[in-house]
Design a protein around this ligand. Structure first.
Ligand SMILES: NC(=O)c1ccc[n+]([C@@H]2O[C@H](COP(=O)([O-])OP(=O)(O)OC[C@H]3O[C@@H](n4cnc5c(N)ncnc54)[C@H](O)[C@@H]3O)[C@@H](O)[C@H]2O)c1
Length: 382
């Protein structure tokens, strides 16, 4: 397959690019370094400095003999993305290219506008590039479980059958997100559904939970091939943050009561899910939605697991609940189905103590880079 990966410099994009290339596909990555720009502007740089995309691709080629083509530019700009589509003619486009930080999107007007315009702008430009140059291309789009929020009913896999006054119809499952970033993902889904049902595009929308991990088959070959690893309050996801806090001797920052439940997955499982989706494409006129996570945990359960793993490597980990900077339920019902990707062949890598210990050891090796000023939440929802 010819696979175009938008957002290929990112935490998920770069390991995905290496995974597809190692499996023999023709891979092109595009990115405009938005994440690096925002990280510098907000003092949220990653734990280890990553080489730029050209250098990473060259190192990957020298190490594995596999090729990743690189293009630098804005995927929301049709003058940049259209020529890429018309010449590369991708069979699949993996759409990661969004501003993914909820706290950043809640920081103020400029940050909210950037998130809104960038995220919807990329989705819209990619839809139109597909329509004009490769209408049978399959888009694999990264959404988030956060689109659904935390409703007091079971969360279905994207769609729900509703019976109303004796008649039935299938609708998108209700979505009520908790940040502007998550709301842009809801709007993306609606936009995609419009173009799928009206123009016959084929799209898989992956409602992904927070991802943790650093290790993949290719990233393990050389430290410079590792994905960006953020532990700050802007870009860091909760497990990655807790592991760095444990190593830095900072009490784990549980927000409020810590009963917030979400579905999580290992980076290796993100790679599997995206690969399974791309190699088993949606049909034309189909918006296929999978809930992409493997295990559900509360924040308190994550803190307990990191504490236990910390003990194994000699760390004395403390937990200190802090005032919740977000507006969210801290105790709630949560039960989300997630069978679609398992049926396609996903073999989950659970969050074992061994997995957490291996991550702790990587963080310990880079302990000197930890800047504890990046740890406490700097953005409040009001
Ligand atoms: N990491 C997670 O836990 C997680 C969970 C759920 C959903 N997601 C979604 O998965 C996708 C990838 O997440 P990530 O953690 O790798 O984020 P990331 O910020 O590391 O990667 C996104 C990449 O897209 C690039 N980008 C953004 N806008 C662009 C544009 N206009 N043109 C070109 N490149 C652009 C950024 O520079 C960045 O390299 C995002 O859409 C995110 O919302 C991530």
């Amino acid at each position: 397959m010819r696979v175009l990966i938008c957002g290929g410099d990112g935490y998920l994009g770069w390991p995905t690019a290496m995974d597809f290339a190692a499996k023999g596909h023709e891979v092109m990555v595009v990115d405009n370094y938005l994440r690096r720009t925002i990280a510098r502007a907000t003092r949220s740089e990653a734990l280890m400095e990553s080489p730029n995309l050209d250098d990473r691709a060259e190192l990957f080629r020298a190490t594995t003999n596999h090729q990743v083509e690189v293009r630098i530019g804005d995927c929301a700009d049709p003058t940049f993305i259209n020529p890429i589509f018309s010449s590369f003619l991708p069979d699949a486009v993996i759409h990661y290219a969004e501003q993914p930080s909820a706290p950043y999107s809640m920081r103020g007007f400029q940050e909210a506008r950037l998130t809104f315009e960038n995220n919807l702008g990329v989705t819209f430009a990619l839809i139109w590039a597909m329509l004009q140059f490769k209408p049978d291309c399959h888009m694999v789009k990264l959404g988030t479980m956060g689109e659904y929020g935390t409703p007091n009913i079971d969360i279905e896999e994207g769609w729900i059958d509703i019976e109303h006054k004796g008649r039935r119809e299938k609708f998108l499952f209700p979505r009520q997100a908790g940040s502007l970033y998550h709301t842009t993902k809801v709007l993306d889904t609606d936009l995609l559904w419009f173009y799928v049902r009206t123009y016959g595009l084929r799209v898989t929308d992956l409602m992904q939970g927070p991802v943790y991990g650093l290790s993949t088959d290719e990233a393990d070959l050389d430290d410079r091939l590792l994905p960006n690893f953020h532990y700050d309050d802007i870009f860091g996801t909760v497990v990655n943050r807790f592991l760095v806090q444990a190593v830095a001797g900072v009490p784990l920052t549980v927000y409020g009561k810590g009963g917030q439940t979400r579905g999580y997955l290992n980076l290796r499982d993100t790679l599997q899910c995206v690969y399974l989706a791309a190699t088993n494409p949606a049909k034309p006129k189909e918006l296929r939605i999978f809930n992409q996570f493997t295990e559900q945990f509360t924040v308190n359960q994550l803190a307990e697991r990191v504490t236990r793993a910390g003990k194994e490597v000699g760390l004395d980990v403390a937990v200190q609940p802090i005032a919740n900077p977000r507006k969210e339920m801290e105790e709630h019902y949560y039960n989300a189905s997630h069978s679609g990707l398992i049926e396609l062949g996903l073999k989950p890598h659970p969050m074992t103590d061994d997995v957490l210990v291996a991550m702790l050891n990587r963080v310990i090796a880079n302990k000197a880079n930890i800047d504890t000023r990046k740890i406490m939440p700097r953005v409040r929802w009001n």
